[in-house]
Each structure stands twice: as structure tokens, then as C-alpha cells.
Design a binder for this molecule. Sequence first.
Ligand code: SF4
Length: 367
Amino acid sequence: MDISSSFHDPALCRALLERLSGEIEALGRPVRFMEVCGTHTVSLFQSGLRSLLPQGLEHLSGPGCPVCVTHDAEVAAFIRAAEKPGVIVATFGDLLRVPGPDGRSLKNAMAEGARVEVVYSPLDAVRIASEHPSDTVVFPSVGFETTAPVIAGALMAARRAGLSNFCIVPCNKLVPPAMRALLDGEDGRKRIDAFLLPGHVAVVLGLEPFRFLAREYGRPAVVGGFEPADILSALCLMVGMLREGKPAVGNTYIRAVHEEGSPQARHVMETVFSVADARWRGLGLIPDSGLALRGEWRDFDAMEKLGLELEETKPIPGCRCGDILRGVLTPEKCPLFGRVCTPQNPTGPCMVSTEGSCAAWYRYRGM
Ligand code: SF4
């Protein structure tokens, strides 16, 4: 039997849904859980699970989409880099259409003559640098603990190849501090009862960095995989912990996530990056929630190399992405949703990225 198909098995999913309903009923009160992973956002919609969740169990999407949490000021820096002569910006495709504070995106800059290449991996950007020795190749380094080790590996490859024309705009973010900021924020503890933890990030971090959620905030938090049965079994465990009054950090994604995570991936990441404060869309400046290049890797910092600064920016007029990333609002409550803002003509990043909540709501509405 194909192991992946067993996680879609209708009989198994039906049984898990019944168990989940039973747990909610036994708990006797509604539960709001938040996921902080763009892949969970999409899986919940794509599989139809979101509409099958038992009454009393409400799903909130949090700041789990890498492109969506990238701050306006960071997007502005990518565009300023692209506008410099002799610069090629090599970026993941998702970032291309993300509007900056003045509504312009890298795609607009490209239409006006900037050199922007879409890449599928940071190593592609390193290759472009080796093919264009007289240009400076800039990679906008966005994403969480999952992409940071890969980007660190690309910087090591660039150093080994002696490339001095490759650099990054360091904007990687760390998930656990953002979860703390969510709970400490206005109404955070009222709004969020429990967390579905991001499977990919937990592959790298393991479980310990999430334990404060149960220890300090009394919130159950369960690592889940991305197939329907994975998500349902994580939700069963999470609601069961609430029913028993024993919040803890659980793991139902044991085929990929281990207690200690991946020390190798963390070693690569920590060789190149150190922890720094970071700006998040919707959450503002969060202490120790981002990654900066270590001193000995600063020659790869595009901000220094190109004389760029993070500008003071104003939010995109009318866009409620910040509220959506905090779980304060669901996309259809944004006045622009589906009228002015669509995937074809996005106003904000949550409608641009395939992992964005607004794009998922738009694509799967009615399901
Ligand atoms: Fe922003 Fe569009 Fe989402 Fe509204 S619907 S929050 S404008 S991305």
C-alpha cells in the first residue's frame, strides 16, 4: 500500500473526525486553534477539512506564510536593490508580485527595466552570480527556519567559489518568538486556545523551542503533518489535552519530526546567521525574531554592500493583511477581498502568495 494514500484514507479520516467531535463535545466549550504554516493553511482548504471541522472548533490562520510576513520596508529594499545599476535580483517567484509600500512590486520594477530573475533555489542565484561576474547578484532572503539553512549553505558555496558579487538581503524570521508575540499581543490569549505547530519548522527545531507555549501560557501545541489524517490526529490530541487540562507540546508527525530536530541544519544556519530583532508585517518589531549575518559573513550583506536602509513605510491603504496574520480578521471580512483584491490583481501579499490566507480563501471559497 502506498503510505501517502493511507493519510487520505476516507474511513480513517471519518473515524478521526468522529473522535474530534467527541473530544469537543466532552470539553463542552468552543476551541479556537491557530496554525502558523502556509502549507497547513492550504492543506486545510484543499482537502476540504476546514468545512468538515466539528462545530465548536474554529480555525485561525497565523503568520505562517513567508512572503506575507515580509515587512513593507523589506519589500521596498528589494525594489531599491533592483533599481541599482549593475544589480540582478534573483528571487523566489512568490516575491515578484508583492506590492511595496507605494504599491510597486519587483515585477513593476522589472517592467521599468530592472533586472530580476526568478529562481527556485538560492543555489540558482549563486550560479547566476558566477555567470555574471561584472554584476552584483542580490537574493532576497525571506522565509523561516526551514529556508535559512539552505540559504546559509548557498552562502558557503558562494564563498568556496570565491564569488564576491553575490549577496543577500537578510530577512529570515523565527517562528517561536512570533508565537509569543501573538499571545502577548492585544487579546492574544483570549483569541488563541491552542496551536497546530508547523511541521517543516519543527523538522529543523525539534520540540523544545515550542514548550514555552504550554509551560508559560497553558496552550496545547501539537506538531502536525500536512495530509488530512495528519492534521486530524494533531487536532484530536490538542483538544484532548484541553479536555484533560494537561496542556503540552505533542507531535503527531513522528515520521519527519524528532525531539531534537535537525542539529545539522541548525549548525549550518548558526554558522552563518545570528539572532536579531526583526520587523514582521502585522506584528511589528519583535525582539530576537529574525536572523542577521554574523560578522565574518557581512561581506554578503546586500544592505551594506549597496548602501540600502530599511525605510519607514506606511501600510498599504485599505489592506488588512496585518490583522489577518494575527488571526484578528478572516479574509472575507476585508472590504477589498474579492472586489478590488483578487489573485489576478492583488492589493496585499496575503493574496499574492499561494500560501497566503486571502489567496486560499479566494481559491477555495464555497468549499
Ligand atoms: Fe490585503 Fe487583499 Fe487580503 Fe484584503 S483581501 S487583507 S487587501 S491581501
